[in-house]
Design a protein around this ligand. Structure first.
Ligand code: SAH
Ligand code: SF4
Length: 382
């Protein structure tokens, strides 16, 4: 007797168009036999008008809308928790599909609104003063999860009904090392700069890195965003301790990459971030070493008062120490500003973002991961 098998219907998951950059969107509509301008229209609906329902995309034909509805979706992470600081800083904890959470922070200022965006769940680079680094690494965010942070912030802020509350700047300074999630970060940055998506100026979108030299060169070749480098120490011995990736890419190589970064655009400079750790990297001698180190590198210095977190051995330098450190750098002709600490009452300040996830890698693996060549890293094999 022949047993009849029940017919198996394989249902494919809908494609989330939230993370489609211009190229991916153009490819989708080409495959559907549609005109290229459909890509622009849909990017505009999603990112400029905040529409997530294809039925509302009224300049698309009814047939196309129906087709998109059956095969695609526009899906955002859920806001698991939202907090607002005394100083107006906002923090959102976003729950991703896998149940992990990442954090996004909005910092309103008189003349701008800066959104601090995460690129990974955790970070494997293990900088000794960073709370995210201490949590370990879980996984890279996909393009949709990165750009969703901008989409959700714009929507949440527009609900405030305040014109002075909008995203004018983005800094890739949330959880994770953006250059270790290279391909996805590049696509999300492209959407931030795209005139039909968020239309942010290249000077107002900044990527911060702990100093992955090959990836910095790759970024310079394909993107116009601004660069911030987490320096934190004026010599290799101390930087090896604070930022372990320095053992792979020491200061000489890192600063050479900074000099190459803007290619021929001499008007643009690198921002060097320097966390002020009491008794560790904040002496007059450190300031003098830093001035010598940066003498011929076009850049400005951003001093960040250390933001403490439970279990850390570090303390924040005093205001007088930070002022003295600044004086030495300024006297040497280096533009130096101290970043205001914002949102620390809700743990939203630099280095305090921890999200909610489990570390999937041992410390040793994490460091080896950081040393993989660019091709491997870009292929998402970490
Ligand atoms: N991984 C990237 C971007 C995320 S960290 C990088 O390291 O550049 C963003 C910034 O916060 C970096 O300059 C980082 O060094 C700084 N930071 C990390 N922990 C900090 C802390 N506890 N206090 C102050 N700044 C911190
Ligand atoms: Fe990672 Fe940046 Fe934190 Fe270092 S400072 S552990 S690179 S997030």
């Amino acid at each position: 007797m022949q047993i009849q098998q029940p017919s198996m219907q394989v249902k494919t998951a809908p494609t989330n168009l939230l993370g489609h950059d211009r190229q991916a969107m153009a490819a989708l509509f080409a495959a559907l036999g549609e005109k290229p301008y459909r890509a622009t229209q849909v990017i505009q609906w999603i990112h400029q008008y905040g529409v997530t329902d294809f039925a509302q995309m009224t300049n698309l034909s009814k047939a196309l809308r129906q087709q998109l509805q059956t095969t695609c979706e526009i899906r955002l992470p859920e806001i698991a928790y939202a907090q607002q600081s005394r100083d107006g800083t906002r923090k959102w904890l976003l729950r991703l599909d896998c149940g992990n959470c990442v954090e996004t922070v909005f910092i309103p200022e008189a003349n701008r609104g800066t959104l601090c965006v995460s690129s990974q769940v955790g970070c494997g680079l293990n900088c000794s003063f960073c709370s995210t680094g201490k949590q370990g690494f879980n996984r890279d965010l996909n393009v949709a999860e990165i750009i969703a942070q901008v989409w959700l912030a714009v929507r949440e802020l527009s609900q405030d009904g305040r014109h002075d509350h909008s995203v004018s700047n983005v800094v890739m300074m949330g959880m994770g090392e953006p250059l270790l999630n290279f391909d996805n970060v590049i696509k999300a940055l492209d959407l931030m700069l795209d005139d039909f998506a968020y239309g942010l100026s290249k000077r107002r979108v900044t990527l911060s890195t702990s100093g992955l030299v090959p990836q910095m060169d790759a970024l310079s070749a394909i993107s116009d965003v601004s660069l911030a480098v987490s320096l934190h120490a004026p010599n290799d011995e101390l930087r090896n301790e604070l930022v372990p990736i320095n053992k792979k890419y020491p200061l000489k190589e890192l600063l050479a990459a900074c000099k190459r970064f803007y290619r021929d655009d001499r008007r643009r400079v690198t921002t060097f971030e320097y966390v002020m750790l009491k008794g560790v990297n904040d002496s007059d001698e450190h300031a003098r070493q830093l001035a010598t180190l940066l003498k011929n590198v076009p850049g400005k210095i951003n001093l960040i008062p250390f933001n403490p977190f439970p279990g850390t051995q570090y303390e924040r330098s005093s205001n007088t120490r930070i002022a003295r450190f600044t004086d030495i750098l300024m006297a040497a002709g280096l533009v130096t500003i101290t970043r205001k600490t914002r949102g620390d009452d809700i743990d939203a300040a630099c280095g305090q973002l921890v999200g909610n996830f489990s570390d999937k890698t041992s410390r040793r693996q994490r460091f080896i991961g950081a040393q993989l060549p660019l091709e491997t890293v870009a292929a998402g094999e970490l």
